[in-house]
Design a binder for this molecule. Structure first.
Ligand SMILES: *[C@@H]1O[C@H](CO)[C@@H](O)[C@H](O)[C@H]1NC(C)=O
Ligand SMILES: *[C@@H]1O[C@H](CO)[C@@H](O)[C@H](O)[C@H]1NC(C)=O
Ligand SMILES: *[C@@H]1O[C@H](CO)[C@@H](O)[C@H](O)[C@H]1NC(C)=O
Length: 493
């Protein structure tokens, strides 16, 4: 069990799993339609009118009116419901103030972003070292944090439904498994017991399957000395991790979409901020991701709509759905640094209908990834600064207040019931514009500190990240087969 012990030592930080007990909202939401200002048709091209009550916290549950039958997605392809992990409608109780919750989210987000950037930096170094034939440095661990959105899928025979965090920034799917040899955090579903499933089998070490773990997790797999079971370890940016047996199991997405021998991690030792989910589903580009393992059925295409309110429901659709004519595509770029991430080319922004004219070189220097698990979009300082300036100009009638963590443009809106905020457009190669949903512009814990939900990177050379706040209520299509990412106006509340 030497290798196993090695992996167990990954537990250097004793994280107390607080988020399980938290139920609240950090997000901003907007009532559309009702508050839309027409003003001769001019105003609504440039601004969104949002009710402040909708901007600040959903402390209570107001469930989405959508039912499963009205969730978008093709009739022939399964569409899983997406919920926010801090959905106030979930059973767990909230133990933190909204300010503290927002601080926590921003802090975790910072950890995730640092490790994403570190991972890309490492790979650059790795390439340099490779070319000089030097010895490779030890991997610093997979860089991905824990994401914010959850879906339910079935594992095993008979099938057990489990709630998993979905993450486009990582590849390995894992769940907590009995007997939790070292540690399982508390989760909402019963912990999966492989001994009660007839379709479970361990992967043996030194096999092709076992060897795929290195690229999917960044960590060389271990081997159980007694039974030759392949042991995976994966570590995320916030130092949460999972370690356990690499295995085959039947994965059920829908009654007609059943995948025997799906490769996944059956976790025996977990710590981290997984918010009571049973594990994580990896939607990255690597061979072990759900996208790759289901390629014969879904053709490496998936799409989602992230709900604008934490109490609303979005969807994750697997396979090609009917693409509406309003969907605009940008090429998915290959980047020598890391095949696991989805790279796209961001080019510019508009604020209040006016293009900022950010020089091309800014985004070609940084590169950009789209990530479902990063909360706040990170921009090169040379792009963030003009964005902030334009936003502040458009918001000049509202009083600025103290920054929160990485957010430096915050307003005290305690005296307002409605606010007019400028529309923000994101531009991608080859010149397509994607309107950020009103729910993706501001983030707030309280009306006294409502902040622009974008942040600068430290350096123009750091990778830019399109985070999940700015993807809210958009239909985002990952067409890996055709090498493109599409954006359309969403309709998932
Ligand atoms: C899988 O491997 C573990 C560790 O060696 C062992 O305890 C378990 O019984 C194995 N499960 C099956 C179904 O072989
Ligand atoms: C795996 O392969 C290595 C190197 O070929 C060997 O030393 C080791 O004994 C093998 N382990 C098992 C369990 O077969
Ligand atoms: C809100 O209105 C009150 C009463 O007019 C005033 O004293 C206070 O300064 C205002 N606060 C802000 C942030 O504008």
């Amino acid at each position: 069990m030497g290798a196993f012990t090695f992996f167990l030592r990954l537990s250097f930080t004793s994280y107390v799993l607080l988020l399980v007990f938290i139920s609240c909202s950090e997000s901003v939401s907007a009532e559309k339609g009702e508050g839309e200002i027409t003003d001769g048709g001019l105003h609504n091209l440039r601004t969104h009118a949002i009710r402040l009550s909708s901007v600040v916290l959903e402390a209570t549950c107001s469930p989405s009116p959508l039912t499963s039958t009205s969730i978008k997605g093709s009739s022939t392809k399964p569409s899983l419901k997406i919920l926010h992990k801090h959905n106030p409608c979930s059973k767990s109780k909230r133990t933190k103030s909204s300010e503290n919750l927002l601080m926590d989210i921003l802090q975790q987000d910072r950890a995730r972003v640092e490790s994403v950037q570190h991972r890309l930096l490492d790979d650059v170094r790795k390439d340099l070292l490779k070319s000089s034939k030097a010895k490779l440095p030890a991997q610093s661990g997979r860089s991905i944090g824990t994401g914010n959105y959850i879906v339910r899928v079935g594992f095993g025979t008979p099938k057990k439904d489990l709630t998993l965090i979905f993450d486009t920034g990582s590849d390995l799917t894992w769940i907590q498994c009995e007997p939790c040899a070292k540690a399982c955090y508390s989760q909402q579903d019963p912990i999966f017991d492989p001994s009660k499933s007839t379709s479970y089998s361990n992967i043996t070490c030194n096999t092709t399957e076992c060897n795929k773990l290195k690229s999917a997790t960044g960590i060389t797999p271990g081997c159980s000395a007694s039974t030759s079971a392949c042991i995976y370890g994966i570590q995320y940016g916030d130092q949460s991790f999972s370690v356990g047996y690499f295995a085959h199991e039947t994965l059920t997405i829908s009654p007609s979409d059943v995948f025997p021998k799906f490769l996944f991690g059956c976790g025996q030792n977990q710590e981290g901020l997984f918010a009571g989910a049973a594990g994580l589903i990896g939607l990255g580009r690597d061979t072990l991701s759900l996208v790759s393992q289901t390629a014969s059925k879904y053709g490496r295409v998936f799409s989602y709509c992230l709900p604008s309110r934490t109490s609303s429901i979005g969807y994750l659709a697997l396979g090609q759905t009917g693409i509406s004519s309003s969907v605009k595509f940008t090429p998915m770029l290959s980047d020598s640094r890391s095949a696991g991430f989805y790279f796209i080319r961001m080019t510019d922004f508009s604020v209040g209908g006016r293009k900022l004219g950010i020089p091309n070189s800014v985004f070609t220097t940084s590169s950009t990834i789209i990530d479902s698990g990063t909360v706040i979009t990170r921009l090169p300082p040379s792009a963030y600064t003009p964005l902030r300036t334009a936003f502040r100009n458009a918001m000049s009638k509202y009083p600025l207040t103290d920054p929160i963590s990485i957010l430096d443009t915050c307003y005290d809106l305690t005296n307002y019931t409605t606010v007019l905020i400028p529309k923000i457009g994101m531009f991608y190669s080859p010149g397509i514009m994607v309107d950020v949903d009103p729910s993706g512009i501001l983030i707030a814990a309280t009306a006294s500190q409502v902040c622009l939900a974008f942040a600068p990177n430290t350096d123009d050379g750091d990778v830019a990240i399109l985070g999940n706040t700015q993807q809210k209520n958009l239909e985002v299509i990952y067409d890996v087969a055709k090498g493109r990412v599409g954006f359309g106006p969403g309709s998932c509340g």
